[in-house]
Design a protein around this ligand. Structure first.
Ligand code: BGC
Length: 378
């Protein structure tokens, strides 16, 4: 962590009302991006923002929101998307370091592949915030800001239990097909753990049956059902295979545990192709992110719920962290136990996700301004 660099900035901030005045012009609430140079001038703090891909709606929203927030507060930003290619992301981060980034905000593609480039960043006193996804096997991750990932899975599992009435004496058996996220994404393990801790007791006592057999014996074996790169098309073909191979005649799938919306979209296409009909035999299906296509599918009874993470609040939290780092203040975190990256427990700020169903779309997603009613055909 760049104690030296930001120690210098803090001293500069404390010593000059001039700098504070200049910052006030950038943002009424937050400190801005000016840092004092050795000759007494001031230089803008540069924040590199590395996002995984443009192919998923949420990362586009995350990136543009953060870029705007930080830009409005007077920081210089460099926002890069890496097309889900690990090498491309490493090169982008390397370039940000070479171009003098002071702080890096990184939503990693492969959480274990960034240690060497983050060592280069640390050598240049760059402070690193892991964004949404933890970066593993590196000492040089200073902070982590995310939603409570395990809770995302817990909410999905509890939704299923509740909808099937499993705690109200409904005996089943019900057929379940579980999916998990990308094996290289640290979050995917937490999503699965949250859901599987809730659902596996019902699998063990036979109330939930998994005809495909794709039910990991333990949470640690979750990668066996992981969908690489969170790709909709891969989830679709996996679901098609399961339906073709394990469901004959009148056999139907009652529930699909999908960890997020991109997988849910592919699974919903497979169900459609297999002749399932909304309102008739369509299964319960979970999701995460409230992507536009999935919210529309919820309205059309093709998806039961999504776990909504208001990515604007994550951006706000990260912008606050950036301000606190630059001001040399203590960075606010609310979890110092959960996220061990193999080298250290990374101080984290966890935000709370929330379940959204068809009934809440208007109040929650439109009411909060996340969507315009017209985006959703309302
Ligand atoms: C994020 C999810 C997202 C998934 C696929 C995860 O790391 O937390 O919100 O759906 O990646 O991009």
């Amino acid at each position: 962590m760049s104690l030296r660099r930001f120690g210098r900035i803090t001293a500069a901030l404390a010593a000059t009302t001039l700098t504070v005045g200049a910052l006030g012009a950038c943002s009424a609430e937050r400190a801005g991006g000016a840092e004092e140079t050795s000759d007494g001038g001031s230089e803008t703090t540069m924040v590199g923002i590395a996002m995984p891909t443009r192919s998923l709606e949420r990362w586009n929203n995350d990136g543009s929101h953060l870029e705007e927030l930080l830009g409005d507060a007077g920081y210089e930003t460099s926002l890069q998307y890496a097309d889900n290619k690990v090498d491309q992301q490493i090169t982008q981060i390397q370039n940000m370091v070479n171009e003098g980034a002071d702080i890096l905000v990184v939503a990693s593609i492969d959480g274990t592949a960034l240690a060497p480039v983050l060592q280069d960043a640390a050598d240049e006193d760059v402070t690193v915030i892991a964004y949404d996804r933890l970066i593993n096997e590196s000492e040089n991750v200073d902070y982590y800001a995310t939603f409570d990932n395990e809770l995302v899975g817990t909410l999905q599992g509890e939704y299923i239990v509740d909808q099937l009435g499993l705690d109200d004496g409904e005996k089943g058996p019900f057929t379940l097909e579980p999916f998990a996220g990308s094996p290289d994404d640290n979050n995917a393990k937490f999503f699965f753990k949250g859901a599987w801790d809730v659902l596996s007791p019902y699998v063990e006592d036979g109330v939930l049956e998994v005809p495909s057999g794709k039910a990991p014996a333990t949470v640690d074996e979750w990668t066996s059902i992981g969908i690489q790169g969170w790709e909709s098309a891969k989830a679709q073909s996996e679901m098609e295979n399961r339906l073709n191979s394990f469901y004959e005649g009148d056999d139907k799938v009652d529930v699909v545990l999908s960890p997020n919306d991109s997988l849910a979209l592919g699974i919903e296409q497979a169900l459609e192709g297999a002749g399932y009909e909304p309102g008739k035999d369509w299964p319960i299906i979970t999701g995460q992110d409230a992507d536009e296509a999935n919210v529309k599918n919820m309205l059309a009874d093709k998806q039961s719920m999504t776990v909504w993470k208001d990515t604007r609040t994550l951006g706000d939290q990260v912008a606050t962290m950036v301000d606190q780092i630059v001001a040399g203040e203590e960075v606010e975190v609310n979890d110092t136990e959960t996220y061990d990256n193999g080298m250290k427990v990374v101080p984290s700020y966890l935000l709370e996700p929330q379940v959204v169903t068809k009934d809440d779309v208007e109040d929650v997603l439109v009411g909060s301004g996340f969507y315009e009613a017209s985006d959703l055909g309302l």
